[in-house]
Write a protein that binds this ligand. Structure first.
Ligand code: SAM
Length: 241
């Protein structure tokens, strides 16, 4: 038997502290994911975090902390916007294989890596090599998801315009942020309302070695007006106020 790459028991304990039970299949998949991430990272710059223990905490446990904030119903749909190497979307799929997960990123090579990893882990995910602001206008994806997630993609005011169009009325947009979010939340308040959202809760999560993190939970209350999302340049130059 080959030595595990990550400390699977530590990850399972951290996940359990968020109320997430990882069975042996999930633990094995996380171990394989970490190995593949490091292998791919030698060819393509995917992450600065390559120490197995740090991958467990800062990528895997951090991603799973979303499940402390919300409990998606069996078979719920989720789109991870700007997923990069699969965080949090692919990690959530490993923990909850019943979820219908779509991973979206505008960088082709990251999607190719995700395709390889998802295939090796035998996980059925939809991979979209597209820009969020264009895909959010496409009726195939607009207001089709129970959840949209995003980590480390943009500030909340811009991120809301990228993500809220994907969420059906009654669904949730979950923005993963560092500890201090008061100013970002205040700055994004008008944009969130204009796009049909309302901040439902701000969840604080404590990760060992990584400190406090925040999951901002925004409920979709009404449909997003047809004018949004705007082109990326406009979103950046004229953020909603
Ligand atoms: N979410 C991952 C994580 O936390 O490790 C990746 C974060 S990385 C800093 C930001 C990612 O968002 C990149 O992979 C980038 O290609 C993607 N991205 C940025 N703007 C985007 C857009 N408008 N549409 C789709 N993807 C975008």
């Amino acid at each position: 038997m080959t030595e595990p790459f990550i400390d699977k028991a530590k990850l399972a304990d951290l996940a359990a502290s968020f109320g997430v039970l990882l069975d042996e299949t999930a633990r094995e998949r996380f171990d394989c994911y970490a190995k593949l991430l490091c292998e791919w990272n030698e060819k393509i710059n995917l992450t600065a975090i390559t120490d197995p223990d740090e991958i467990v905490v800062k990528h895997f446990a951090d991603s799973l902390s979303v499940l402390q904030a919300v409990s998606p119903a069996e078979g719920a749909s989720l789109i991870d916007v700007g997923t990069g190497a699969g965080f949090p979307g692919l990690a959530l799929k490993i923990a909850r294989p019943d979820l219908q997960v779509t991973l979206l990123d505008s960088t082709k090579k990251k999607l190719l890596v995700l395709e390889d990893i998802a295939q090796k882990l035998e996980l059925d995910v939809v991979l979209l090599h597209k820009r969020a602001e264009e895909t959010g206008r496409d009726p195939l994806y607009r207001e089709q998801f129970d959840f949209a997630t995003a980590r480390a993609v943009a500030n909340l005011r811009e991120l809301a315009e990228y993500c809220l169009p994907f969420v059906r009325v009654g669904g949730r947009f979950l923005a993963m942020k560092s500890a201090k979010t008061d100013a970002e939340l205040a700055e994004a308040k008008a944009a969130v309302r204009l796009l049909g959202g309302k901040t439902a809760a701000v969840h604080t999560v404590t990760l060992p070695q990584a400190g406090e993190r925040t999951v901002i939970e925004i409920e979709k209350r009404s449909t997003t007006p047809a004018a949004y999302p705007r082109p990326a340049a406009k979103i950046a130059r004229f953020p909603l106020k």
